[in-house]
Design a protein around this ligand. Sequence first.
Ligand code: UD1
Ligand code: UDP
Length: 369
Amino acid sequence: MLRIVCVAGARPNYMKIKPVMDALERRGAEVVLVHTGQHYDESMNDVFFRDLGIRPPDRFLGVGSGTHAQQTGRVMTAFEPLLEELTPDVVVVVGDINSTLACALVTAKAGPLLAHVESGLRSRDWSMPEEVNRVATDRVSDYLLASSPDAADNLRAEGYREDQIHLVGNVMIDTLFANLERARATDVLDRHGLTPGGYGLVTLHRPANVDDPEVLAGLLKALGEIAGGCPLLLPVHPRAAARLAELGVPGGIRLVPPAGYLDFIALQDSARIVLTDSGGVQEETTALGVPCVTLRDNTERPITVEQGTNVLAGRDPARIVSTVTRVLADPPPARRPELWDGRASERIAEVLLTGGPSGQRARPTDTAS
Ligand code: UD1
Ligand code: UDP
């Protein structure tokens, strides 16, 4: 029986790791869930364990917040002795947060095979901390588990071997489909006095959007204009909370605490439009067929623009308003990407437990660039 350590640390990790853990356990693997503690608020953490039915972590590293180096270093320092004690066969990391990179680096030097779920996504924007985390994590991974063909193509272009690259589909959509009916049964719209199709949903948390008050003020100006025709609900990420409170928001925008998973899925599902800088939300709106305007200049998830409902608007207020006006008048057609079918985690389990269709377990080699 293989022993597999699954790592999670922050909000966008929980919905990715849950279906992978379940698929591995269904096939008889021993799974150890390690939580780094990067996110810790009830509304950023505990609610997801409850909503998604994730068991309490087997190990908790409790690293909390800090600078990039502090956070990454604390995870590495705590994870290293744990790996030595647990001696797993494989470590699974998901996404692109600091905890992902920290556990990847430790694993690469400790011996177990390393699997990266959501491998190959590239924004090509090196000012994003996540881009550094993605590229560096992939470089030390044995199994590169890609959610879309463009991600697999990025990996090929960077020189990774074919037997390392596995196009498995999108685990986030596994969790979305598994929970959509439960989400639709919540009373979240009533609680906020909203009607289906009668509001827009907003999330903002990228450092490039929320850390600089001038940039954030520009975004709020645009949102204020949009809210004149379509009231907006904005569940506030803790990173943005203080700055939003300082600046104040225009009328028509309602600030609420971060939403739990089921509530947030229901809010997306019934929204007329979603405005966001989140990675995961671009994917969920595409799977739900809800129009999405992304408040960034680039995306590491181009398939949501090419095949889904996502439109990039950048950060210029006038362009955001004109893009939203256009999208509301003429919403992009919805097409769900192939392999975003609710079965990605099954494919991952197949790869990790049998070595994949080729039956091989791959090690990174110097052939990768
Ligand atoms: C992190 C990830 C980002 C991801 C986002 C998802 C990195 C580099 N960034 O960004 O990729 O999109 O999570 O939400 O890993 N805070 C709280 N309570 C919490 C957690 C954070 O108040 O439970 C506050 C703290 O002031 C902290 C700040 O938010 O300093 C930022 O948290 P951090 O985990 O460093 O980065 P995020 O911006 O959340
Ligand atoms: N999400 C949530 N409540 C919120 C905002 C987001 O449950 O108030 C969910 C969302 O549905 C998606 C995930 O959190 O599943 C995305 O996480 P986030 O936007 O924090 O990170 P990113 O995807 O940008 O890394």
